[in-house]
Design a protein around this ligand. Structure first.
Ligand SMILES: *[C@@H]1O[C@H](CO)[C@@H](O)[C@H](O)[C@H]1NC(C)=O
Ligand SMILES: *[C@@H]1O[C@H](CO)[C@@H](O)[C@H](O)[C@H]1NC(C)=O
Ligand SMILES: *[C@@H]1O[C@H](CO)[C@@H](O)[C@H](O)[C@H]1NC(C)=O
Ligand SMILES: *[C@@H]1O[C@H](CO)[C@@H](O)[C@H](O)[C@H]1NC(C)=O
Ligand SMILES: *[C@@H]1O[C@H](CO)[C@@H](O)[C@H](O)[C@H]1NC(C)=O
Ligand SMILES: *[C@@H]1O[C@H](CO)[C@@H](O)[C@H](O)[C@H]1NC(C)=O
Length: 200
């Protein structure tokens, strides 16, 4: 038989077994690669969001967690939005304690602390709800998640409107504005990702 040469040089007694071991090795290294580097699912899911580039840059690091699971993608997106909101909150709190700002401005920033604090609660609530999504009342739960996320987005926007009348060239104002804007965009993307969820 043609296999004879192969058999004699193989460390395995059965050529078929040797072949399947090699096939398994190749397969498992492929899977590993694909989980570690394949970001095409994130890219294609982000393509339909309003801030697609930001969506991709903020979520691609989670490609191996997400795989091709849309529920996981939504959880990760909400979590990134929550983390950005927490960062904004820390920044705003720090800034509101600084000197050299007009008193009415300081008050506006303090209002923001509350607004952003609300947004944090709302996003935490939506993440809790994501855990129990599924079953017969899928649409109802999905709607309530969207309500929470929308409320968080509204809080961000309310703050941006509130700051409109204030020093547009101020360093502090600029950095807060930038942070809130980034957070609002991440939240908007998360909302769109949640909206695309379907029941399996
Ligand atoms: C990434 O995964 C998709 C399926 O989700 C597949 O079609 C594509 O070939 C993969 N790309 C790479 C580079 O592995
Ligand atoms: C997707 O992820 C969710 C949440 O982790 C899980 O409950 C669900 O079973 C997964 N779906 C598939 C098809 O793996
Ligand atoms: C959410 O992100 C935080 C870090 O910002 C991480 O510690 C936590 O495990 C994440 N949770 C989920 C459900 O992804
Ligand atoms: C929040 O801040 C931490 C610490 O500075 C940083 O590692 C993380 O990337 C930030 N998260 C977001 C979503 O901006
Ligand atoms: C804030 O107070 C300053 C100084 O009193 C005033 O000039 C400015 O118009 C006020 N800004 C707003 C938006 O009310
Ligand atoms: C606005 O901010 C700039 C830069 O920080 C500062 O030079 C300027 O005095 C501020 N204007 C007011 C009205 O506070």
């Amino acid at each position: 038989m043609e296999m004879k040469g192969f058999r004699s040089s193989s460390p395995f007694p059965y050529p078929l077994m040797a072949t399947s071991v090699i096939a398994l090795l190749v397969l498992s290294s492929n899977i590993k690669n694909c989980l570690a580097t394949n970001t095409s699912y994130i890219k294609s899911s982000c393509a339909s969001t309003r801030y697609a580039k930001l969506c991709y840059s903020s979520l691609s690091a989670y490609a191996s967690t997400v795989g091709t699971n849309h529920t996981k993608l939504a959880i990760v997106a909400l979590n990134v939005s929550l983390s950005a909101t927490q960062n904004t909150s820390a920044l705003v709190t720090e800034m509101s304690n600084r000197h050299g700002m007009m008193i009415n401005e300081t008050n506006a920033i303090k209002d923001c602390v509350y607004e952003v604090g609300d947004a944090i609660c709302e996003l935490q609530q939506s993440l809790e709800e994501m855990k129990v999504l599924g079953g017969s009342d899928f649409e109802y739960k999905k709607n309530s998640i969207e309500t929470w996320v929308s409320a968080a987005l509204t809080d961000d926007e309310t703050y941006l409107d509130g700051m409109d009348g204030y020093n547009k060239t101020g360093k502090v104002e600029k950095s807060i504005r930038k942070s809130v804007k980034n957070t609002a965009r991440l939240t908007s993307n998360a909302l769109e990702i949640v909206d695309c969820l379907t029941q399996d």
